[in-house]
Write a protein of this length. Structure first.
Ligand code: AKG
Length: 487
């Protein structure tokens, strides 16, 4: 069953217990909340934890007054549902104030101003992923209206948070965040989250194009999947939850998510909590950056922005990327020390997507592994006992099969697969012939026969990158690199 937390219909808020002194009593102490966050490996919704936060009043109207006409960049997307994800590289952008956004959103028709070219019935607008520090600059009093200290992170407030303001249909394509785990406070309107566990990575067809440091995108539009192209997606275990105002969603590390606004205006605030595992993730990200920049720049030196997510400022030179990789490896050793190389770089360390591939160290530690798994089971039971009205687990959707295109492959798709097989056979033969004529002759053939038709080549740069910088591969490369340097 999809989770829809009770007790907070849109716009309304749950009652929080009040103590004798009039103070707000929360269901979890900061210490308990942090313990849950640091050990829970499934998404869950915290209720009744933020009713005394000043930021609960941050509607878009309120923020428009605070921001006093400040220009914000809105990402404009089409409401129509395609099977291809609407990546940020395919969106257009409008600079406008929140007042102008609200006028466009309320009028529901073209109003003169920055949104005039965007028919409200066809487009959504999203001021997404806005760091508070850029929006509010040094307004420390505004930062303090967000109090992540209630979740056990003293001193963490708006300064370490991002803001998301969207219209109906605004969404973020399915991706995972390479660093940290996530706390998301829904302030206004509702958002529907579609989540998938890290172990489902092979079913989500990961890609690093468009390239953005810290995000691995899925090639699938999870609300309208193309099951002919991506049949493995049928195996993905979708978890859905509708997040209501006043609730805080906990997204564990590396859970995939697609997020859509399902009310006319939505406002949410999130903070990514750094984790110990981020040190290794930073090395993996540096390897990814180096390979993506090198191959994509070589492919088309003149159009870097075509593959770069708009959130990335620039494609960096090979020299800069080398420095970045060296810094990441040094930081790994500085922060973790050689002792941690064992636990972080060589062992499974509870990482879901590596469960199937035990490391050399795990093979040697069978006895210890058994007692570890006993402890993990006990821990899981302890955590489950925390679930109740104030901490609602996000469970797998009852109909696991994704919607659209009928689910099972029909005759059309089978036909298409057979056609593809024929294509494959033809091209593999061509490939074998090429190797037999020798590398230099083959290279000559390549340059003379297909000089400018990358779309017709069988293996494109992106196909190659999808394999080379697949997160499972970069994990292994990072481990080998760290292992080599720790000797
Ligand atoms: O709210 C959204 O649209 C996306 C949020 C997100 O991706 C995140 O918080 O990591």
């Amino acid at each position: 069953m999809a989770t829809d937390c009770e007790g907070s219909a849109p716009g309304s808020r749950t009652q929080t217990a009040v103590g004798e002194e009039g103070e707000c009593i929360k269901p979890f102490t900061p210490e308990k909340a942090k313990e849950i966050i640091m050990s829970l490996q499934q998404p869950a919704v915290f209720c009744n934890m933020v009713s005394d936060w000043p930021a609960q009043h941050w509607t878009a109207e309120h923020l428009s007054k605070v921001l006093q006409g400040k220009q914000i960049r809105f990402r404009m997307g089409l409401r129509s549902i395609d099977t291809v994800p609407q990546f940020e590289t395919a969106c257009s952008y409008v600079d406008a104030s929140l007042e102008e956004f609200l006028a466009w959103n309320c009028e529901q028709s073209s109003v003169p101003g920055p949104f005039e070219d965007y028919d409200h019935s066809k487009f959504w607008a999203y001021a997404d992923y806005k760091y508070f520090v850029n929006l509010f600059e040094d307004k420390a009093d505004v930062f303090r209206e967000v109090m992540w200290s209630d979740f056990g992170f003293p001193g963490r407030n708006g300064q370490e948070s991002t803001l998301w303001i969207g219209s109906l249909g605004a969404h973020t394509p399915c991706h995972l965040d390479s660093y940290g785990c996530n706390l998301v406070f829904q302030v206004q309107g509702r958002k529907r989250w579609h989540l998938f566990p890290p172990e489902d990575m092979p079913f989500l067809y990961p890609t690093r194009i468009p390239y953005e440091e810290s995000s691995v995108f899925s090639k699938i539009n999870v609300v309208n999947p193309d099951l002919k192209r991506f049949p493995r997606f049928q195996k993905a275990r979708r978890h859905t939850v509708t997040l209501n105002p006043g609730q805080v969603l906990f997204v564990p590390r590396h859970w995939w998510h697609y997020v859509e606004s399902i009310d006319p205006v939505t406002v949410s605030i999130n903070s990514w909590i750094e984790l110990e595992e981020d040190h290794l993730a930073r090395v993996e990200e540096a390897i990814t950056r180096m390979l993506v920049c090198a191959l994509k720049t070589a492919e088309d030196p003149h159009h870097p922005r075509a593959w770069l997510n708009p959130t990335e400022v620039e494609d960096t030179s090979h020299e800069v990327n080398c420095c970045y990789l060296n810094d990441a490896v040094c930081a790994f050793f500085d922060r973790c020390g050689k002792a941690k190389v064992e636990t972080q770089a060589l062992r499974g360390n509870g990482e879901n997507w590596r469960k199937e591939e035990p490391s050399v160290k795990d093979h040697m530690d069978v006895g210890q592994a058994h007692s570890r798994s006993f402890m993990a089971r006990t821990r899981k039971r302890e955590l489950a006992s925390q679930f109740g009205p104030d901490l609602v687990p996000v469970t797998p959707a009852s109909d696991d099969r994704p919607s659209g295109e009928g689910g099972a492959l029909g005759s059309d798709s089978r036909e298409c697969i057979d056609r593809d097989k024929g294509h494959f056979a033809e091209l593999s033969c061509a490939g074998r012939r090429q190797t037999s004529v020798g590398a230099s002759a083959a290279a000559e053939q390549v340059t003379s026969r297909c000089p400018v038709a990358p779309s017709r080549t069988f293996v494109s740069t992106d196909d190659l990158l999808d394999c080379l910088v697949n997160p499972q591969v970069t994990r292994m490369v990072a481990q080998l690199l760290i292992q080599g340097k720790s000797l």
